[in-house]
Design a binder for this molecule. Structure first.
Ligand code: 13P
Ligand code: SF4
Length: 431
């Protein structure tokens, strides 16, 4: 384990070096346990399950949690590519590899479908023919895929340490406590809980149980409009929204809908009543959970000013996880898929500054060499948890699957699965 830890740390340092990252040493996020490949025991919504035998494709599949052998780490890129390709060919149509836009090229080139978190959840829900879904993204995305796929399908996250620090900022106990605090002051029947996709299955289940829905950065506005729209009885579904875990997506979306900052309050889970007065709890239309994405918090209005100063007719597009000020200073904001479409629509010769994860920005710059495409933060770090899914892990889980061994399966079960599915399906029905 000590050797594995140092190898991972070395690898992370190399990646930071390669991307010119000047963050402090080590891995800055909370969920980035160095113990890659160790099951996320106790992680809400992903209870550790006993070893089980399941039948897949007529084979006895054995679900085992174990570390990736060091040999994969030592393989040359060409060998890894050949092995991944070979395993893909053997697994054929039964295998579906999904890749989030933030994934590294070494993984993305093997994805059968690429997308933002909304697009990938939709594909997962539709592709019931695929018995094995290998999710190249982060934990909450793989959980959502497992919730939306059928019982005959297995979802694999190649490295279980690929979490999301934002999703960690709201845990189910804190959310239950917040709801209980709220119920002492307002009628929670009139409060709609809305959770960003970047949350645990346990939180999605909470939302489903309380009549709310999941949203992503591509449909947050539609979901919030639904929350305040009239239901079949002709009455508004709710008077107030509790939005978690990303305050910025909540605030930016509410502002686009025409709400004022004065109608929003920040709910700090570290304090009783979220640190709010009873009046604030009663009068706010939006209670925004105090969570954020560390990657998107690095973008500033100064970077945008500098980019505009140094590039003629500069265009700026950012992800809505950026602050209100950054989104306000940009020309456009939207999901990762939106950012790709925005860049696609620009004319050759354009200069585009982008405020999102650097692997996506790099891929766009490579795809459109006739445009100047740069990350707004020249020292930006990658989302290190997304970067945990690499060619060695992909090769390992695929070769194990060929041998009938399912590694790093993500499973959400029981009530959590049922209620989280309701919240996710509400989102799919709204958008
Ligand atoms: P998208 O839904 O836009 O892909 O965003 C997911 C995410 O985690 C952004 O940080
Ligand atoms: Fe989570 Fe931020 Fe990484 Fe997206 S970029 S997965 S929100 S830590």
């Amino acid at each position: 384990m000590v050797a594995l830890r140092s190898t991972l740390r070395e690898r992370h340092e190399k990646e930071r070096e390669r991307l010119g990252c000047s963050h402090g040493p080590g891995i800055p996020h909370t969920q980035q346990s160095l113990e890659a490949d160790i099951p996320a025991e106790g992680r809400p919504g992903c209870p550790r399950r006993p070893l089980s035998r399941r039948s897949l494709w007529g084979l006895k599949m054995i679900k085992i949690s174990a570390s990736m052998p060091a040999t994969y780490r030592e393989m040359a890129p060409d060998e890894l590519d050949q092995r991944i390709q070979h395993a893909k060919e053997i697994l054929g149509e039964r295998l579906l590899i999904l890749g989030h836009h933030y994934q590294m090229d070494e993984v993305m080139k093997f994805a059968d479908a690429a997308g933002d978190s909304f697009g990938l959840s939709r594909i997962a829900a539709e592709r019931s023919d695929a018995d094995l879904v290998v999710f190249c993204g982060v934990h909450f995305m793989a959980e959502s895929a497992d919730i939306l796929t059928g019982p005959h399908q297995r979802v694999i996250l190649p490295d279980l340490a690929a979490g999301c620090s934002m999703a960690d900022m709201a845990d189910i106990d804190q959310v239950e406590a917040a709801w209980s605090d709220l119920s002492q002051v307002v009628d929670t029947e009139r409060v709609m809980p809305i959770t960003y996709m970047n949350s645990t299955a346990a939180i999605k289940a909470f939302v489903g149980r309380h009549g709310g829905a999941v949203c992503t950065s591509s449909n947050a506005r539609a979901v919030l409009e639904w929350a305040f729209a009239n239901d079949e009885t002709g009455r508004a579904r709710s008077d107030k929204v509790l939005f978690f875990p990303d305050q910025h997506l909540g605030r930016n979306t509410a502002l686009t809908m025409g709400y004022q900052a004065s109608e929003m309050s920040l709910w700090d889970p570290a304090h009783k009543n979220g640190g709010l007065s009873e009046r604030e709890m009663k009068e706010s239309t939006f209670l925004l959970w105090k969570g954020h994405c560390s990657v998107h918090m690095r973008f500033t209005t100064e970077q945008i000013e500098e980019f505009r100063r140094t590039h003629e007719d500069a265009l700026v597009v950012v992800h809505p996880e950026c602050s209100q000020e950054v989104v306000g200073a940009a020309d456009a904001s939207g999901s990762t898929d939106f950012i790709i479409r925005y860049v696609e629509a620009t004319a050759p010769g354009s200069s585009i500054g982008i405020g999102t994860e650097v692997h996506l920005v790099k891929r766009l710059a490579d795809t459109y060499p006739d445009r100047t495409i740069v990350c707004l933060d020249s020292e930006v770090c990658p989302c290190v948890t997304m970067s945990r899914i690499d060619a060695p892990h992909l090769a390992w889980v695929l070769e194990e699957a060929v041998e009938g061994r399912i590694r790093n399966q993500i499973t959400v079960e029981g009530d959590t699965q049922a209620w989280a599915k309701i919240a996710l399906e509400r989102m799919l029905a709204i958008t």
